[in-house]
Design a protein around this ligand. Structure first.
Ligand SMILES: [Zn+2]
Length: 258
């Protein structure tokens, strides 16, 4: 089997990197999984990924106290580097992060808002607060999976929000997409669970490739790209996952010239 060719570079909507913050992902310091920005960008380049949507590791680990500073850092960096797009991280206990999101969302280099379970709050307690804000902003929310089976009931109150439940890896992801009354739940292929030998194919069969976006989560890009490029799927579905859905969801960022 040869790797098929595509008319457009893959868009990695979900990745992370370390940059020397005291809150970088360091423990355990692991030479088997490198995380510096230069390495992550080189990995992407090696498989032809033109650009990616990032949040810093520091901003999505157990240190919500650094989110504001990390958002500002990434906003500056995204403004300087064509390969880098931003997810603005919010924490519902930190009103300042909502102000940052409001300010940064209109920027072409901002894809949307990111929340992460590592910040240590219960999503059920805060889902309405977060989703109503995202809905008001008519924005996209990328969430690390948490209580996935409950998310459709929340999303069904907020038709102007788009919710990407990251790391396609469970029947609950697929059910959530199906239960979204306004068709506003999506998932991404990022992370290790796409090594399941039928997860991508099954999900496409159940909910269609239009609901699935490509991401790496800073794991091996060759694996992540190869998993989609060589999936047991029609070419058109692979195109949807690798870039077409991202271009459609983020027209300001990727509409023309990626
Ligand atoms: Zn991630």
């Amino acid at each position: 089997m040869t790797i098929p060719s595509f008319s457009h570079a893959p868009i990695d909507i979900h990745s992370h990197f370390n940059h020397g913050s005291p809150f970088d992902w360091r423990l355990p310091d692991n030479p088997l999984h490198l995380r510096d920005l230069d390495f992550v960008l080189e990995e992407q380049r090696n498989v032809g990924i033109a650009c990616g949507g990032f949040s810093t590791y520091a901003s999505v680990l157990e240190h919500p106290e650094c989110i504001v500073e990390e958002n500002e850092y990434l906003h500056r960096l995204a403004g300087e580097d064509a390969r880098i797009f931003q997810w603005v991280v919010i924490d519902p206990r930190l009103p300042e992060t909502f102000c940052q999101a409001e300010r940064m969302l209109p920027c072409k280099k901002t894809l949307g808002i990111k929340i992460h379970a590592s910040h240590g709050y219960d999503i059920e307690e805060y889902a309405d607060r977060i989703f109503s804000f995202v809905n008001e902003q008519r924005a996209v929310l990328l969430m690390h999976p948490q209580k996935v089976e409950k998310m459709a009931s929340f999303a069904n109150r907020y038709p102007d929000m788009k919710l990407i439940i990251a790391h396609l890896s469970s029947m609950e992801h697929i059910a959530a997409i199906r239960e979204a009354r306004y068709g506003n739940i999506y998932t991404d292929t990022s992370g290790g669970a796409s090594n399941l030998n039928n997860v991508i194919e099954y999900a496409v069969n159940q909910v269609g490739s239009e609901k699935i976006l490509f991401g790496t989560d800073a794991y091996a890009c060759s694996f992540q790209f190869g998993r989609i490029a060589l999936a047991r799927l029609p070419h058109a579905d692979k195109e949807n996952i690798l870039y077409k859905n991202a271009v459609k969801m983020f027209p300001n960022a990727f509409g023309e010239d990626v």
